[in-house]
Design a protein around this ligand. Structure first.
Ligand code: NAP
Length: 203
């Protein structure tokens, strides 16, 4: 039997990327023995069609800036390169078609997002193509258990939980702080802070 390498897919809107995301990705990488984590900003998040999300190119650039000092982190523009809603199934299909014979994928994202997994397009196919790691803050009881139970044995085999205290940080709070002129120092990397200020994002 071939021993497959394990690679993380860090999926998120990253509006903006922050220290909570970075600590989470590194914690999952170490805990699950991943060779690397591929950050994939959602260009056109399917569940945010009515919302005012920052243009994908800004979110992509901030993700590259935030991850550039970690040799185990890479960023993919796969969802910016496709048109239409950024369905996760299309992304994991493409990665499996290219690398699936040698690689097992771990899709890392927030537990609240995974709490909605039953509504995602082609979710049973996604569960065949990757594992999920649901990142949650301590003491946070999301709908994760009911989602895991909904999928029965497959849910218990393929969906894991990882607690990260740094997830107290939230992108919503960061946008709000910028709007109110409050500091975002140390909750986003310094170069991301400079980029937000230079581009006048979240004002
Ligand atoms: P969201 O609904 O904005 O986020 C829900 C919660 O998860 C927030 O607290 C968020 O914190 C946190 N979170 C998001 N990404 C995270 C990450 N990588 N690590 C740790 N916490 C994270 O979720 P989203 O960011 O828009 O989407 C998450 C992923 O799910 C994306 O890859 C998206 O494409 C995918 N998704 C796919 C479908 C579909 O295929 N139909 C539907 C929904 C979501 P912050 O706000 O601080 O980031």
């Amino acid at each position: 039997m071939v021993n497959k390498r394990k690679t993380g897919i860090m999926g998120g809107t990253f509006d903006p990327i922050h220290v909570g995301h970075l600590v989470t990705a590194e914690a999952v990488r170490v805990e699950y023995g991943l060779d690397k984590v591929i950050f994939i900003p959602a260009a056109n998040p399917p569940h945010k069609q009515e919302l005012n999300v920052t243009p994908a190119i800004h979110r992509y650039i901030m993700t590259v800036m935030a991850t550039c000092s970690n040799p185990n982190f890479v960023v993919s523009s796969i969802e910016l390169d496709r048109s239409g809603p950024s369905y996760t199934v299309d992304t994991v299909r493409a990665l499996n078609a290219k690398y699936g014979d040698k690689t097992e994928f771990y899709f890392i994202t927030g537990a609240d997002a995974i709490g909605e997994l039953t509504t995602w397009e082609n979710v049973s196919e996604i569960l065949n193509l990757c594992y999920f790691v649901a990142a949650t803050r301590p003491g946070c009881n999301s709908d994760l258990d009911s989602v895991i139970n909904y999928f029965g044995e497959k849910g218990r085999d393929r969906i894991f939980r990882l607690t990260t205290p740094e997830l107290e940080i939230s992108a919503t709070d960061i946008r709000d702080r910028v709007k109110r002129g409050r500091s975002i120092k140390y909750i986003v990397p310094e170069n991301v802070e400079s980029y937000i200020m230079k581009e006048g994002l979240y004002l």
